[in-house]
Design a protein around this ligand. Structure first.
Ligand code: DQA
Length: 145
């Protein structure tokens, strides 16, 4: 099984930005957790982060040709307004899980809307960094069943 994990803008600043909301752990810490989980599951994991909308779309399109089995995506603030990322996700038929570290529904009103979620199969929010690992389990379960 091959899983692609995409992180959008400012997620490379984990451990630096708004620690009260996103925690003390760094992006490198997150990558270590994801890679360990991949090993435990026997899955190949590819991690990608970009602060640029077009780069995220290019990476999603590549996933089509790579025959990825599932995508975990935290589109960051693009979640709330990127119809271009919505469309790129919509074009892909593998299992797609949207993850948010924070509970977006308990924050500012603009975070309550996700334009990317309708193009995904599932959403995990407010579970901290563990949400990424839960998303990987969700993809594994979907690929088994
Ligand atoms: C986020 C929530 C978004 O509203 C925010 O813009 C982010 C991170 C989260 O993981 O909680 O950058 O996606």
């Amino acid at each position: 099984m091959k899983i692609l994990v995409i992180n959008g803008p400012n997620l490379n600043f984990l451990g630096i930005r708004e620690k009260g909301i996103y925690g003390e752990k760094s992006y490198e810490d997150l990558l270590s957790m994801i890679r360990k989980k991949g090993e435990d599951m026997g899955a190949e994991v590819i991690c990608f982060q970009s602060n640029h909308e077009g780069a995220i779309i290019d990476r999603l399109q590549e996933a089509y040709f790579e025959k990825v089995d599932g995508i975990v995506i935290n589109p960051g603030a693009y979640t709330h307004y990127s119809y271009a990322i919505h469309d790129a996700l919509k074009a892909l038929s593998m299992t797609k899980v949207e993850v948010h570290i924070s509970d977006v529904d308990a924050r500012e009103a603009f975070r309550h809307v996700s334009v990317t979620l309708p193009a995904c199969d599932h959403q995990i929010k407010g579970h901290g960094l563990s949400g990424y690992l839960e998303a990987m389990d969700y993809i594994a379960a979907k690929n088994q069943g």
